[in-house]
Design a protein around this ligand. Structure first.
Ligand code: 5AD
Ligand code: SF4
Length: 579
């Protein structure tokens, strides 16, 4: 018998509700003394499955936990609090979660106060929470996608009562701003622009697990992005289940083109966005993408199927021809733009002819990359109720045929890269070899190349020398030391100590009286040296001392001396970072 107190459980009927008018709220989490005491000295670990939206949620969960006083660990055995952040989009994503939960049974034995929490999209599905606490009675906390901001208070209740807690709410959803977060990467950041989805594609569980589509205020997005630029981030990816419908809920004409353009203008070196829905993709959005060099020419444009009949059954709202028109429009405006996609194979009753249309569409588009999935029925979605006449065997066989066609497109693009030079944002040394760096091109192609680890976070020129289809081997074209010095110069220019030094130096140089006194002091010093051993010595010494005093008491002189000392301290700090 589980010792979990059930506060609320998900309800798909409520989750389907799409009443308009999400409210904007601000994070008001309270961290009780009991929670702070408990957190002190304890370590947490968050394990995330699924999409970038879940990765961003992990950063926010980490933000709450660190504000409470927990510290992060990557060692599963030493973790005192583990949160498993789940995905519900396909059954195999869920299967992984069960294995993951089982792994932490040992922690419960080693630490009687160990807390295992499970959250995310899977918890928003009906019956999942009840079945989990029955099978794994050591789970202490279950919450959903809508109440992450309640994490401190839920933990407080668990600590003070000694009982577990299940609290999963189903409602259309609001927008919460000012969320705490610990970003997982120091150079690449995800920024949510909208939450939820109103498209209700017939196979998809997301509109139920993530609620109605609600856009963040433009100003909040810009404030978050501006801060990232100031902090030296090199890449921002704007996130939404359907970024192209951003702003529709404002009913004031704000759209995705506006947010994309405003963020691009902030000067982030690389700007990406995902995921796009072809139905909401307008030509003015394409114009903005084409106009700004810092918006990466790489569009993830899920097609799902190449058959208009299947697309209709999927509720995708576009035909094969309309999709191909959009691809044409992208390539006309931006000839080198990479296009990637998602494809579902084996949608209920998909015929061989319909599947063949997906193959011909892939042959025609020649995607730079494609994520391919076998259809997975999701309870509560319309497609899950369809009687399906396609066997698993046929679905797998089609999946393998699709992979081959997709691979041909990938190879078509990768083979053309050999011998050319690309900008690569360096992620750091590769996992397999410390001396090999890895990073991504504008088109999101993975490149491995030899280089020093201090290039992490820099955008460098790399010549592609070998094509391995899904990754490339390259040679660094830039002088690594020069890259480092250039970026150090850029960083130095933003340092307050350096800015103050430049201002003090300018005032020093422009102070005519001070400059005259400095010259006179120099002449007096010479005269003093020449008068050594003569009767004039004392008089010359007094003249020099008087001029020295004048100079040393000048405020612009004093300012420059202290600004120079501050700058020296900054250099010592920078040296320590480089070492
Ligand atoms: N079965 C298989 N794939 C799915 N996707 C979404 N729902 C399902 C499902 N029920 C795929 C779509 C989507 C991607 C994120 O996951 O291709 O674009
Ligand atoms: Fe799911 Fe369709 Fe919404 Fe994408 S657009 S999240 S596939 S319902």
């Amino acid at each position: 018998m589980s010792r979990c107190q059930i506060i609320s459980l998900p309800d798909l009927t409520k989750a389907r509700n799409r009443q308009d008018g999400a409210s904007i709220k601000y994070d008001e989490a309270v961290y009780s003394e009991a929670l702070k005491q408990f957190a002190n000295g304890r370590k947490y670990l968050v394990k995330t499955f699924g999409c970038q939206g879940n990765v961003r949620d992990e950063e926010i969960i980490s933000g709450y936990l660190e504000k409470a006083g927990f510290t992060k660990t990557s060692d599963e055995k030493e973790a005192n609090l583990v949160i498993i952040n789940t995905c519900a989009v396909r059954e195999n994503a869920e299967d992984k979660v069960y294995g993951e939960i089982g792994k932490f049974k040992g922690n419960t034995k080693a630490d009687k106060n160990f807390i295992l929490g499970v959250c995310g999209c899977m918890m928003q599905e009906e019956k999942k929470a009840e079945s989990l606490i029955k099978t794994y009675p050591f789970i202490k906390l279950i919450f959903g996608t809508h109440n992450i901001a309640d994490l401190p208070s839920m933990l407080d209740r668990i600590i003070s009562s000694g009982h577990g807690l299940v609290d999963v709410i189903s409602y259309p959803g609001d927008v919460i701003e000012n969320l705490p977060s610990i970003r997982l990467d120091p150079y690449k950041a995800f920024v949510n622009i909208s939450y939820g989805c109103d498209k209700f594609c017939t196979y998809c569980i997301v509109p139920y697990t993530r609620g109605r589509e609600r856009s963040r205020p433009l100003q909040s997005i810009l404030d978050e992005c501006r801060k990232l630029v100031e902090d030296g981030y090199q890449e921002i990816t704007l996130l939404g289940q359907n970024v192209n419908s951003y702003g529709k809920d404002f009913h004031d004409g704000t759209n995705f083109a506006t947010v994309l353009e405003e963020v691009a203008k902030l000067g982030i070196p690389r700007l990406r966005f995902t995921t796009s829905h072809p139905w909401d993709f307008s030509l003015d959005m394409l114009d903005v993408i084409a106009k700004y060099p810092n918006i990466m020419k790489c569009i993830h444009l899920p097609v799902q199927s190449g058959s208009t009949a299947v697309l209709r059954q999927m509720g995708r709202r576009y035909t094969r021809e309309q999709y191909l028109e959009l691809v044409k429009a992208i390539r006309e405006r931006m000839p080198g733009c990479a296009i990637t996609t998602d494809i579902i194979v084996g949608f209920p009753n998909e015929t061989e002819e319909q599947f063949a249309e997906t193959l011909t569409l892939c042959e025609e588009v020649k995607y730079d990359a494609a994520f391919t999935f076998i259809y997975s029925p999701r309870a509560g979605t319309p497609a899950a109720k369809m009687v399906d006449n396609v066997s698993d065997e046929v679905k797998h066989e089609r999946f393998n045929r699709l992979l081959k066609v997709v691979e041909a497109g990938v190879i078509y693009h990768s083979s053309q890269m050999v011998g050319k030079v690309y900008d690569v944002l360096v992620d750091g040394p590769s996992k397999k070899n410390e001396d090999i760096l890895c990073g991504y091109t504008e088109s999101n192609k993975l490149v491995n190349f030899p280089g020093p680890s201090y290039l992490k976070g820099h955008i460098v020129k790399v010549k592609i020398v070998e094509d391995h289809a899904f990754s490339m081997l390259g040679e660094l074209q830039d002088d690594p030391v020069e890259v480092l010095l250039k970026s150090a110069k850029g960083k130095l220019a933003k340092e307050p100590a350096y800015i103050e030094y430049l201002a003090a130096k300018k005032a020093y140089e422009e102070d005519a009286e001070l400059q005259a006194n400095l010259k006179a002091k120099e002449a007096a010093q010479k005269a003093l040296a020449l008068s050594m051993g003569t009767d004039e010595y004392d008089a010359k010494k007094a003249a020099f001392a008087a001029l020295s005093e004048l100079v040393e008491n000048n405020p612009n002189y004093i300012n420059l001396v202290s600004a120079t000392a501050d700058l020296r301290a900054l250099f010592v700090e920078m040296k320590a970072i480089l070492q």
